[in-house]
Design a protein around this ligand. Structure first.
Ligand code: DSN
Length: 419
């Protein structure tokens, strides 16, 4: 019996209703091509660590300085995770307690800014993130948020434009990083801009942390005051976040995470992060990061060859955005037809989008999860064909049915690692 079946049996004995739902979700993951670029497939060891008895322990504080007794072993777990994070990313200090990327960002804001300070982040509709200054998140509610965007000509960052915005708004903190930007960041240029206006630099590498870990993307660590990340995207760990910092911020970051932003740490999640980080010491993870990027380039080329327009003309990282405007389509219908064919993508705003946020003009896709399943260049060609067929024949049920069969065949050839 495989790992997933064993776990389902334990859950079924206690709660058959929940087990039935979880089984359907397992089947969905097993037979769906997962192209959402922020998702991935955690290893069996990560799942085992997260689903362990470490969930039983309260350990507010940091290793060696807890507010509870009985922390001697969870201290070791957290220290091991911290050591691996600092080793992997070359940081002075790592706080591995943030429950998510948003919690990590909240702690980073509390470390570097006071409420009311001006922050300058990438516009959400140009690829930024809610926590980089959106008016509906803490980042735009408690801080004075300004934004910069991509150049209308290239749909890429133009650092002269970012510099001009920074000179104009004089932020206390400049934020770089994105959830839908298919290109690399120039961290040296960003650090230079921050220095010129006397701002701190926060880089949120949630999306590309695994690419940095595997040497497939430049590292922001030497340039930024603080670097935040999530552990469940390209890094291929459990759901969670981290803050990396220079030594001079270590105490302030720890205080901002607890008691500033969170209560007790999730030791089971921290154990999962530790296992995931250890894997990055192996050559196959370096290879994985390179393959994620190579697959993304191949998928992007395939989509372009099928007559689709990609924002900025392609990708340098793990994700890409299809611009549906030339086809007079919007994202919701395309996302839904992909769902019916069991290909998961998400609709996304694109730069200078006139459509609503609920039904924007873009489709975002990426390669981290399919690469984890073992798919390569030939499979990217097939996926490009399948996605393009759905878009070009939107609503044609025969095409949707044919694509669904072909997507399922790919999934069956590359099963999840839980069997
Ligand atoms: N929601 C995440 C994403 O999908 O990119 C970012 O937090």
């Amino acid at each position: 019996m495989g790992m997933a079946a064993e776990r389902l049996e334990v859950i079924r004995a206690a709660d058959p209703d929940l087990a039935a739902i979880m089984e359907r979700e397992l089947e969905r993951q097993e037979h769906t091509l997962e192209l959402i670029p922020s998702e991935n497939i955690a290893s069996p060891a990560v799942l085992a660590a997260v689903g362990s008895w470490l969930t039983n322990k309260y350990a507010e504080g940091t290793p060696g300085k807890r507010y509870y007794g009985g922390c001697e072993f969870v201290d070791e777990v957290e220290s091991l995770c911290q050591e691996r994070a600092t080793w992997l990313f070359g940081a002075d200090h790592a706080n591995v307690q943030p429950h998510s990327g948003s919690s990590a960002n909240l702690a980073a804001f509390m470390t570097l800014c006071k409420p009311g300070d001006t922050i300058l982040g990438m516009d959400l509709s140009h690829g930024g993130h809610l926590t980089h200054g959106s008016p509906v998140s803490f980042s735009g509610i408690f801080y004075h948020a300004e934004s910069y965007g991509v150049s209308p000509e290239t749909e890429q960052l133009d650092y002269d434009l970012v510099r001009a915005r920074a000179r104009e708004v004089r932020p206390q903190m400049l934020i770089a990083g994105a959830s839908a930007y298919p290109r690399l960041f120039d961290f040296a240029a960003l650090a230079d801009i921050a220095a010129e206006v006397d701002a701190r630099l926060l880089v949120d590498m949630a999306h590309f942390a695994g690419l940095v870990a595997g040497g497939a993307h430049p590292s922001p660590v030497p340039y930024a005051d603080l670097v935040t990340l999530t552990t469940h995207k390209t890094l291929r760990g459990p759901w969670g976040g981290m803050v990396l910092s220079k030594e001079r911020y270590a105490k302030a970051v720890d205080k901002a995470v607890f008691p500033g932003a969170q209560g007790g740490p999730l030791l089971h999640a921290i154990a999962g992060k530790a296992v995931a980080l250890k894997a990055w010491g192996e050559p196959e993870m370096k290879d994985y990061a390179q393959r994620v990027v190579a697959n993304a380039k191949r998928l992007a080329d395939g989509l372009i060859a099928e007559g689709l327009r990609l924002v900025s003309g392609g990708t340098d990282n793990h994700l890409m955005l299809i611009d549906l405007r030339p086809l007079q389509l919007t994202g919701k219908a395309v996302q839904e037809v992909c769902d019916s064919a069991r290909i998961t993508v998400n609709r996304n705003s694109i730069p200078f989008d006139q459509a609503s946020k609920f039904n924007p003009s873009g489709i975002r896709l990426g390669t981290p999860a399919v690469t984890t399943r073992g798919m390569g260049i030939a499979e990217m060609d097939e996926i490009a064909t399948l996605v393009a067929r759905l878009i070009h024949h939107l609503g044609d049920e025969a095409v949707t049915g044919e694509v669904k069969k072909r997507a399922r065949a790919l999934c069956e050839a590359y099963p999840l690692p839980y069997g």
